[in-house]
Design a protein. Structure first.
Lengths: 229, 79
């Protein structure tokens, strides 16, 4: 009886979804918002990178939500790991090989520099805060692999994370009061297109996002390394 | 161009199948790393360099590290 009922329900759902999908004309633009962004994006936000002008210009509030989701995920991971097993002290770990040690020391500054470049130039070149932060965190991962037993300064990374998250919200609130229109509205001059100091608040927000994502993902790696080492 | 993309997709499929077949989970994780790496190259071909950057750093580097650490904490071989 239950099997027959579930089969009927599934069939009804399948017919509904199929009919809805068939009603959508494939290959034709369904909304006009993309055309609007292409036409007015550069003039309104001042960002040469169209993706950034949408992600941090028109939809900056969504980006704040994404940052919050990442923050809650990192927080939950830390809570689960600290609840799962007590920190059993630091065991003696054998040092990494000479090649890995020298390579990580040599590459870490370059990877960090590249990550900083990516999130500083988010409004000009492909990439942005999330990508730059992830690159910085992968540099920290390499550092952990090379120099075992050395830990990142957790207080420093927590402070950087909190301050950058706070900076995002404060920039939004300044936009609400000074810009006067809505949360995260642009209150700075957009400047000349395709220069470093352009696009109003977009570079500031992406610097904050880069610091936040980088410190959060480094913190996740630090949690996991501390648990396994 | 189509030959390059087809061979890259073949590498991706081979790595994915290898990751499924291996009983040694560490080898499986290492085999799943090229899937993300080749996917990031394909994103670059599709004119999406920002997605490629995120895929390369998160998919290929950080996810692999997280899985390796998880395997170190649990068991290495599939039962």
């Amino acid at each position: 009886m239950r099997t027959a009922f579930s089969i009927v329900v599934l069939a009804v759902v399948a017919v509904g979804i199929g009919a809805a999908l068939l009603a959508v004309p494939f290959g034709s633009p369904k909304t006009q918002v993309g055309d609007y962004y292409n036409e007015h994006g550069r003039a309104q936000t001042g960002a040469a990178n169209m993706v950034t002008s949408v992600v941090v210009g028109y939809r900056a509030f969504d980006t704040l939500g994404e940052v919050t989701v990442l923050f809650v995920a990192a927080l939950g991971l830390g809570a689960v790991l600290s609840a799962a097993g007590g920190r059993s002290g630091r065991r003696e770990v054998q040092p990494a090989s000479l090649v890995l040690l020298a390579g990580s020391r040599f590459l870490f500054p370059m990877i960090t520099l590249f990550g900083a470049y990516v999130f500083l130039h988010g409004h000009l070149t492909p990439g942005g805060g999330f990508q730059g932060g992830a690159v910085v965190a992968s540099g920290f991962l390499l550092l952990y692999l090379g120099t075992r037993g050395r830990r990142v300064n957790r207080i420093g990374s927590t402070v950087a994370e909190s301050l950058s998250g706070l900076a995002f919200v404060v920039i939004g609130l300044i936009g609400l009061t000074v810009g006067g229109r809505y949360f995260l509205s642009n209150f700075m001059p957009t400047g000349a297109l395709n220069t470093l100091f352009s696009a109003g608040i977009i570079p500031l927000i992406y610097i904050a996002v880069g610091f936040k994502v980088g410190s959060e993902l480094s913190g996740v790696i630090d949690d996991l390394v501390e648990e396994t080492a | 161009m189509i030959v390059v993309v087809a061979s890259l997709v073949a590498v991706m499929l081979a790595a994915a199948i290898a990751a499924l077949v291996f009983r040694d989970l560490l080898s499986s994780v290492i085999a799943s790393c090229p899937v993300s790496l080749v996917a990031s190259i394909l994103f670059l071909f599709l004119q999406a360099p920002d997605v490629a950057m995120a895929e390369a750093s998160i998919g290929a580097a950080l996810i692999t590290a997280v899985f390796v650490m998880a395997i170190r904490r649990t068991s290495r071989y599939e039962e």
